[in-house]
Design a protein around this ligand. Structure first.
Ligand code: GLN
Ligand code: ZN
Length: 758
C-alpha cells in the first residue's frame, strides 16, 4: 500500500454504475464501429468520454469511494476472460486486433460462433460464458483495470477498481468442448488466483488503495467444496505482501454459508445485499467475527426504480453499528440494472414520479444515508419530505382478487378437454404451427414510427397492420401450416405492448437498461393496481381469423413474463401483483373466445428467469407463478385449446412448474439441446401436448427437411404421436422472409413425411 497512508474511506459508495450512456452513446458508437462507420480511435474516444462523465458524476454526487473499471464495451465477464487470456483458439485463429477479437467472442465472426450468451443470475442482464479447459493457461494479458484506474487518476478521481471475483468467474464459466467430462472450470482456480495476485500488485503499485471483488455466485446455494475454495482464495489474496485493501461483495441475495467463510478471511470490507437478502442483516449480527471489517451495507435497491424508505434503511444500518468495525452505505448491487436519471423524464405522472429513483437519485440517497449515519436522523429531516406516497389502489381489482376461489384456477380434466378440442379443431396428426411473430419488416417498423411521430393517423396505421396480417395469413396457408397466427406486427415488444394498454403501468422515455452488449431494453414500470380498461389484442385476432378457415391462435404474454421484464412495485409480494395481471389476461382470454378464437397462446418465456437463486425459496415461487398462469387461462372453455411457450433457458429446474401450468400444448425451445427437455418432461409425468422447437430461429441457417425430420424422429421417440406438435423454437420477428419461408416449408414437409410413416 504505497504512497497513500490514509486510505479513502468507503463511506458512501455504489457497487457499479450504468455504462451504456444516458443517451445510449456507447450503443451507438459500438454499432457504428461494427458497421464500419467509425474507426477504433473514435470508438475509444466515446468510451473515454463516457468514463470521464461517470467519474465526474459520482464524484460530484458526493460519493466517498468511486467504483472504477465499471465500463465495458460489451460485458464484464467477457472483459475478465480477455483480461486473463481465457480466449478460445478459434478466436485467436482469426488473427484480429485485440478489440476485434473481443467483439468476435461476443458476436461471432467469419463463421466462428460467439461465446454462449446466458442470463446473469436472476436479472435481465446477459453475460458471455467463458470456456475453460484443462489446457487453459491464464495470463495477465490485458491491463484494463489498471489503465482505467490511471485514466481516472489523471482526471483527479481516485477509484476503487471493481473486478469480477475469481471464484464467481469460474463458477459462471463452462467446460470447453472437448475437455474431459469430469473437468470443472473451478479446477483451474489456483492458477487463476495467482494472476489475480499479479493484478492486485499492479493496482497497488499504481496507487489503488481499495479493490472490489464481486462474488455474487455465493448468493446462490453452493457446495461445501465451493465454499472452502472461496475461503482459500481470499486467504491467499489477503496474504499477499503488496496489495490494495479488499472489499468482497456478494449480491442478489444473502451470502448464507459464505458469510462466515468470508468473515474468517483477512478481507478489509464485506459488501452485503440487504434488499434482496431478507434476513441478511440478521445473519450479519449472528455471524459475528466481523469487528475487523468495514461492512458495506447495500440498502438502496440497485435493481429496481423505487425511492428508498430512508428511515427504514437508516434503522437497518444503525442496528448493525456494533457488528462491524465501521459502516459504509451502498447500493445493493451495481446500478447497471436501473436507468440513469429520473430528471430526464418529462412525461411521467407526478404521483408515480414521486416514488421513483434512478441511478443518479440513488447516489443522492446513499450520500444522505451515510450522512444521517454520522449526524443522526435529523440529517434526513433537513433533506425534506421522506415519506413515500402510496401506490394507486383500485378497489374493484382488490375485491375481485379477494373473491377468488380454487375453482378459478382449475380447468376441466385434460382428457375431456383434449376430446372437446379434437372435435372443434379437427387437426391432422403432428400439427404444424409457429410461435407467434413473423418478420418485423422495415415497413412495419416504419408504420409504427410514423404513427408515433404523427406522420400517419390511427386509421392509416390500422390499415397498414391489417394488410400485413392478411399477407402473413396468406403466406401461412401457402406454406401449409395447420394452426396460424396473425404475426404480431403491431407489437414493439411482447411486454411493453401489453403494459401500454393496461392500467397500473407507466412508460419512460429514456429509461434504457443494458440487456446484453449493445442491446438495451426500456422496461415498463408497474406502479399500481393493474387492470384492463379495454380489450387489447382481440380486434387483430378477430381480423386474422376472418381471413381463414384454419384456426388462428390468439397471442398473449403471460403474467410472470410481464413481471419479469418490468420494474415491479415492491410494496406487496410479487405473487399478489401477478394475480392482478392474471385477472386482466383472463378477461382478454374470454374476449378472444367470444370473438371466435379457438386457440389461445399465453407465452411465459421468462418462467425460468424469476426462479429464485436459492432452493429454499423456489417452492413458493413456483406456487405463485403457476397459480398466476392458471388464473389467466382457467376461464377458457374445455374446447378452447390453451398453448404456452417457453424459451431462453434450461428447463430442468422448472419441469414441475411447466407441468403445473396445465396448458394443453407447450411449445418449448429444444433444437439447440437436441430435444433433451423431452426426456425431462416425460420423467416428470408430463402428459399433454408438446411442441419441441425443431429448428433454432436464432441462427440464420435454414434447416432442410432432413434436418427437421431427424429431430422430429427423436422427438417422436419421446412423445406419443397424438401429442406431438411441430414448430420452430421461438418467434420469427428477428428473421427475414428469405430464411423464414424455406425453413417453414421444410418444417411442413418434415411433418407430412412423419404423418406418412404413422
Ligand atoms: N409470441 C412471441 C413471439 O413469437 C414469443 C416470443 C418469445 O418467446 N420470446 O415473438
Ligand atoms: Zn420464445
Amino acid at each position: 500500500m504505497h504512497g497513500n497512508p490514509v486510505p479513502t474511506p468507503i463511506g458512501a459508495t455504489v457497487l457499479g454504475y450504468p455504462r451504456i450512456g444516458a443517451r445510449r452513446e456507447l450503443k451507438r458508437a459500438v454499432e457504428s464501429y461494427w458497421a464500419g462507420r467509425i474507426d477504433a480511435g473514435a470508438l475509444q474516444e466515446t468510451a473515454r468520454d463516457l468514463r470521464a462523465q461517470t467519474w465526474a458524476e459520482l464524484r460530484d454526487g458526493g460519493l466517498d469511494s468511486i467504483p472504477g473499471n465499471t465500463f465495458s464495451f460489451y460485458d464484464q465477464v467477457l472483459d475478465t476472460a480477455t483480461l486473463f487470456d481465457a480466449v478460445p483458439d478459434r478466436y485467436r485463429a482469426l488473427e484480429l486486433s485485440e478489440l476485434d477479437t473481443y467483439f468476435a467472442m461476443a458476436r461471432g465472426r467469419d463463421g466462428v460462433e460467439p461465446l454462449e450468451l446466458t442470463k446473469w443470475f436472476d436479472t435481465n442482464y446477459h453475460y458471455l460464458v467463458p470456456e475453460i479447459s484443462p489446457g487453459t493457461r491464464f495470463r495477465l494479458a490485458g491491463d484494463k483495470p489498471v489503465a482505467e484506474y490511471r485514466e481516472a487518476a489523471a482526471l483527479g478521481v481516485r477509484t476503487r477498481p471493481v473486478l469480477l471475483g475469481p471464484v464467481t468467474f469460474l463458477l459462471l464459466a463452462k467446460r470447453a468442448a472437448g475437455a474431459p467430462a469430469g473437468f470443472r472450470p473451478l479446477d483451474t482456480i489456483d492458477q487463476l488466483v495467482e494472476r489475480y495476485a499479479e493484478l492486485l500488485a499492479r493496482l497497488a503499485d499504481e496507487g489503488a488503495d481499495w479493490v472490489q471483488l464481486d462474488e455474487p455466485a455465493f448468493a446462490a446455494d453452493r457446495t461445501d467444496e465451493e465454499l472452502a475454495t472461496l475461503g482459500r482464495v481470499y486467504d491467499r489474496l489477503t496474504g499477499l505482501p503488496s496489495r490494495p485493501r479488499l472489499l468482497v461483495t456478494g449480491y442478489y441475495g444473502e451470502l448464507g454459508a459464505a458469510l462466515p467463510v468470508l468473515a474468517r478471511t483477512g478481507i478489509e470490507a464485506l459488501g452485503v445485499d440487504l434488499v434482496a437478502g431478507a434476513s441478511a442483516a440478521g445473519q450479519l449480527a449472528e455471524t459475528g467475527g466481523l469487528l475487523d471489517k468495514i461492512l458495506v451495507l447495500g440498502v438502496v435497491d440497485g435493481r429496481n426504480v423505487w425511492r428508498t424508505d430512508l428511515r427504514a434503511a437508516l434503522r437497518a444500518c444503525t442496528a448493525l453499528t456494533e457488528v462491524g468495525r465501521e459502516l459504509a452505505v451502498s447500493s445493493s448491487c451495481s446500478l447497471l440494472h436501473v436507468p440513469y436519471d429520473l430528471d430526464a423524464e418529462t412525461d411521467l405522472p407526478g404521483e408515480v414520479r414521486a416514488r421513483l429513483a434512478f441511478a443518479r437519485q440513488k447516489v443522492a440517497e446513499i450520500v444522505l444515508l451515510r450522512r444521517a449515519l454520522t449526524e443522526g436522523e435529523a440529517a434526513l429531516d433537513a433533506h425534506g419530505d421522506t415519506t413515500l406516497p402510496a401506490p394507486g389502489r383500485d378497489e374493484t381489482v382488490r375485491s375481485r382478487v379477494g373473491a377468488l376461489n380454487h375453482a378459478d384456477y382449475d380447468r376441466g380434466a385434460y382428457p375431456d378437454r383434449a376430446q372437446a378440442q379434437r372435435d372443434t379443431l379437427d387437426l391432422p396428426a403432428f400439427p404444424t404451427t409457429t410461435i407467434g411473430s413473423f418478420p418485423q419488416t422495415g415497413e412495419i417498423r416504419r408504420a409504427r414510427a410514423d404513427l408515433r411521430a404523427g406522420r400517419i393517423d390511427a386509421t392509416a396505421y390500422e390499415s397498414a397492420m391489417r394488410s400485413e396480417i392478411s399477407a402473413v395469413v396468406a403466406r401461412q396457408e401457402d406454406y401449409g401450416l395447420d394452426v396460424l397466427v396473425h404475426g404480431e406486427p403491431e407489437r414493439n415488444d411482447m411486454v411493453q405492448y401489453f403494459a401500454e394498454q393496461l392500467d397500473g403501468f407507466a412508460a419512460t422515455e429514456f429509461g434504457w437498461v443494458q440487456s446484453y452488449g449493445s442491446r438495451c431494453v426500456r422496461p415498463p414500470i408497474l406502479h399500481g393496481d393493474v387492470s384492463r380498461p379495454a380489450p387489447i389484442t382481440v380486434e387483430w385476432s378477430r381480423y386474422a381469423q376472418s381471413l381463414t378457415e384454419r384456426p388462428v391462435k390468439g397471442m398473449l404474454t403471460g403474467p410472470v413474463t410481464i413481471l419479469a421484464w418490468s420494474f415491479v412495485r415492491d410494496d406487496q409480494p410479487l405473487g399478489d401483483t401477478a394475480t392482478q395481471v392474471a385477472l386482466a389476461l383472463r378477461d382478454e382470454v374470454a374476449d378472444l373466445e367470444r370473438a371466435g378464437i379457438r386457440i389461445v397462446q399465453v407465452d411465459e418465456p421468462a418462467l425460468r428467469e424469476l426462479l429464485p437463486l436459492r432452493q429454499r425459496d423456489r417452492a413458493s415461487y413456483v406456487d405463485w407463478s403457476v397459480a398466476a398462469f392458471r388464473l389467466a387461462t382457467a376461464g377458457a372453455a374445455d374446447a378452447t385449446q390453451v398453448h404456452t411457450h417457453l424459451c431462453y433457458s434450461e428447463f430442468a429446474d422448472v419441469i414441475q412448474a411447466i407441468d403445473g401450468l396445465d396448458a394443453d400444448v407447450t411449445t418449448i425451445e429444444a433444437a439447440r439441446s437436441r430435444m433433451e427437455v423431452l426426456a425431462d418432461l416425460r420423467e416428470a409425468g408430463f402428459a399433454r401436448g408438446v411442441g419441441p422447437g425443431v429448428y433454432d430461429i436464432h441462427s440464420p441457417l435454414v434447416p432442410s427437411t432432413a434436418d427437421i425430420a431427424e429431430l422430429l424422429q427423436s422427438a417422436a421417440g419421446a412423445v406419443p404421436a397424438d401429442r406431438l406438435w411441430v414448430n420452430p423454437d421461438c418467434g420469427l420477428k428477428t428473421r427475414g422472409y428469405g430464411e423464414v419461408e424455406p425453413a417453414l416449408r421444410s418444417l411442413v414437409a418434415a411433418a407430412r413425411s412423419l404423418r406418412e410413416q404413422h
